[in-house]
Each structure stands twice: as C-alpha cells, then as structure tokens.
Design a protein around this ligand. Sequence first.
Ligand SMILES: NC(=O)c1ccc[n+]([C@@H]2O[C@H](COP(=O)([O-])OP(=O)(O)OC[C@H]3O[C@@H](n4cnc5c(N)ncnc54)[C@H](O)[C@@H]3O)[C@@H](O)[C@H]2O)c1
Length: 433
Amino acid sequence: MRIGVVGLGYVGSTTVGCMAELGHQIVGMDVDRSRTEALMAGAVPVTEPGLNDMVTTHAAQGRITAFTDLASGVRESDCVFVCVGTPSGRGGSLDASTLRSVVLEIMRARLDQGRVVPVLVRSTALPVFHREIMEQARDVLGDRQPLAYAVHPEFLREGTAVADFFAPPKIVFGTSDDAAWGPCPDLYPGIDAQVLHCGPLEAAMLKYADNCFHALKVTFANEIGLAGTEMGVDSREVMRMFCEDTKLNISSKYLRPGFAYGGSCLGKDLGALTAYCRREYVDVPMLAHVVKSNERQVEQLVERILSHSPKSVGLFGLAFKANTDDLRDSALLKLAEKLRGKGVKVLAYDPALDPEHLCALNLCYLRETAPHYEEMLTTDPEAMVRESDAVVLGRHFASLNLHSLPWREGQRLYDLEGTGTNPETPEVIGLYW
Ligand SMILES: NC(=O)c1ccc[n+]([C@@H]2O[C@H](COP(=O)([O-])OP(=O)(O)OC[C@H]3O[C@@H](n4cnc5c(N)ncnc54)[C@H](O)[C@@H]3O)[C@@H](O)[C@H]2O)c1
C-alpha cells in the first residue's frame, strides 16, 4: 500500500521506517523542509535503536518519498497517517489546532482530487476534539464523500519504539464508517497482535485510559514504597509478590466502570494505611484521595437521580455486594441514606436481607446507619417498582425476572451493573455506558 505519513517527528519517523519494513511504499509529509529532505536522503530526526538503518535502506531502495505540500502527498497515498504534535497548552490543556488544520486540509485535498483517502489519526487527542474535528470534516465533505476517519492510537514507548512496533500490545482501529475500515486489515501484514475495532471516540479514550493507568501504576507502587519504607518494609519484595497474583491484582478484576466500592475491608485498610502515613508525615496523596473519589461516586449518582426530581426511589440491592447480608460500608446503603436525606422516599429490595432474619451484627449496623430501615426494606419487588418514580439496579438478582415487573412509562432505571438484560419499558440509564 502507499501510506502517507504527515508529521515526521518521533511517531511519524518510526511509522515511516517500520511501515516501509513491512513492505509498504511511504509518502512522508512535513512543513519542516529539513525533515522531508533528510527523509528523502534516508535520515530521520530522532534517535531510536534500529530506526535510522531501516530508513536508510528503504530510502535507498526507492520506497520513501517526501513532500512539504500536503496535497501532493495525499495524491500519492492510498491512506494517510496523521502524526503531528498535539502539545500541551495553558494549564496542561490540549492544543489540537495543528491536528485539526491538517485533517481539514487533507479532506479538502481529497475533494479536489475526487478520491476517498482514509485518514488514520495517530496523534493523541481527547475524544471531544475528535468529535469536533469529525464534525468540521463532515461540513467540508458534505455528501460528496464518506468521512473515512479513524482514530488509530500509537502505543510505542520511546527507546524501544521499533521493537514495540513489531510486537505491539494491541492494534486499535476506531473507525467512523466502512470507508475508514477499508485499508485497516492490510496495514500490518505478519504482525501478530490482537486487533481491537471500535468507534473513534472509544479508541481515543482508550489511549488516555492506558496512559493514566500507567501513571497510576507507577505512583501506586511508589506510594506503597513510601509507606512501607517508613515501617521498615522492603517494598520491592512486596510489589514483586503483589504482581505474582494474576487473579485479583494483575488482571481485569476491579477494572470495569461501575458503582463505588464498599465492604468491611477496602475502606478500613486504606484508612489504616493513610492514617498511619498522616501521623508520620509521609505524603501519599494518591492513596489518601481514593476514599474521597469513592465517596464522590455515590454523591454524583445522587445528583444525577435528583436532577429528575423523583419523589420515590426503589433500590435493587443494599448489601455491600451480591450474595451477602454484610452491610458494612455498603455504597448502596450510603446512596439510600443520602437520597432519604434529600427527602426522597426510598424502598430497597435485597433477597439476602430478610428483615426478620437479619443477624444481630447487621441489625445493629443497620439501626445505627439507617434508623428507619424498617420502612425502607421490602420483600416485595413488584410493589417497590410500582411505588417508585426511579429505580436503581444496584444488583441483578438471578431469582428475579426484571421483565415481569410492573414498569411504567416515564420511570427511569439506573443500571449500575450493566448485564444488558434490562426490560424495555423504563428508560434505562447505564452508569458509564
Ligand atoms: N512521542 C511519543 O512517544 C508518542 C507516543 C504515542 C503518541 N504520541 C502522540 O503522537 C503525536 C506526535 O508526537 P511526536 O512526539 O511524534 O511529535 P513531534 O513534535 O516529534 O513531531 C511532530 C511533527 O509534525 C510536524 N508538523 C507540525 N505541523 C505540521 C503541519 N501543519 N503539517 C505537517 N507536519 C507538521 C512537525 O514539523 C514535526 O516534525 C502527538 O499527538 C503525541 O502525543 C507520541
């Protein structure tokens, strides 16, 4: 394929060298003439093991051309990778102005040339910027061409970029339409990596989720290090063993957006560690803010529910998780109490919590945290749904057929778990989906 690469910086140069190595013909484009001339001569402006040799070889074999003029480059390309910079502006905000102007210029060139040349954006930008750019591109194209826009995030690490290119953790194509998907299956012949296909906004957000998580991992390990060192613990040894657990720690567990955590352990242990650090003046801001962030999850749901002014709310689930009657630090119980505090009538149904058979410990906890619990707990899910303006699906109970409940028009169902088995009648609102 003839692949256009706009922006011959770090990402663009790596793309040029490695795509040429895969057998593609490369058309480099950059406003900086010194970069296009260097590329034609077989050199790139970045230092990356193995890259310069590859580029020199392929330039010598005539596989690489370069232009300072976008329209000329687009004319020679079957698809175009956009790798221009998206630097930080004031206060860390993103400056996507170059990305925007390059994309729109390519769209205008496509129209002039009467060819649909798919645009694959490798530059990193927030989903909201891609949405704006796609809207503006649609305005340019009108109904004369499909959008053919893909967010194709880059996951290379500087220093090992070439090795990462040939053994990537994943290849992601977030495509706007079939025209954008067109070239994708043939871009990486022989590369053994999982290919993830999604919408453009999800692909853009994935890049941020990845990088935020990587930053979070480093900070987490370092804060455990700080706290451990203060107590004379070898935290490297701790984290080595931590990583051995691939069931709960290094796994997809606890990484599904949903409602706040609760229960008798997480909050308590986090509290004990951060209280100790506070006392000893060990600053662990990330760990210290986890509790606050978790509380905000509850408050934000309360705000969302109250924005529609329901007089009554029904709650499926009240214990801290499914199949237990343990109410300690239950986020759903906090939700119920916050709603009650705002004058909303709350009913809660949880088959694990039979008001007549609650164990003494849970009963005491309930009396303390929710003194009016007898008015709240119900064993009749049908009556609860009938009496509620809004319903919160905190748990999906296998024993319960949601479809057979007496839902009515105008009711809102807030789904915190998202199993996709919801009835059609109430308006279903997924928490984060
Ligand atoms: N560097 C990394 O490790 C890395 C990894 C993943 C993603 N990214 C993202 O990739 C993008 C590019 O990063 P980079 O480090 O390669 O940037 P860079 O600053 O090294 O290179 C950008 C290139 O774009 C060129 N350019 C600027 N305006 C142009 C225009 N109007 N037309 C054509 N070319 C133009 C510049 O001359 C420069 O050569 C950024 O969005 C970055 O966040 C970078």
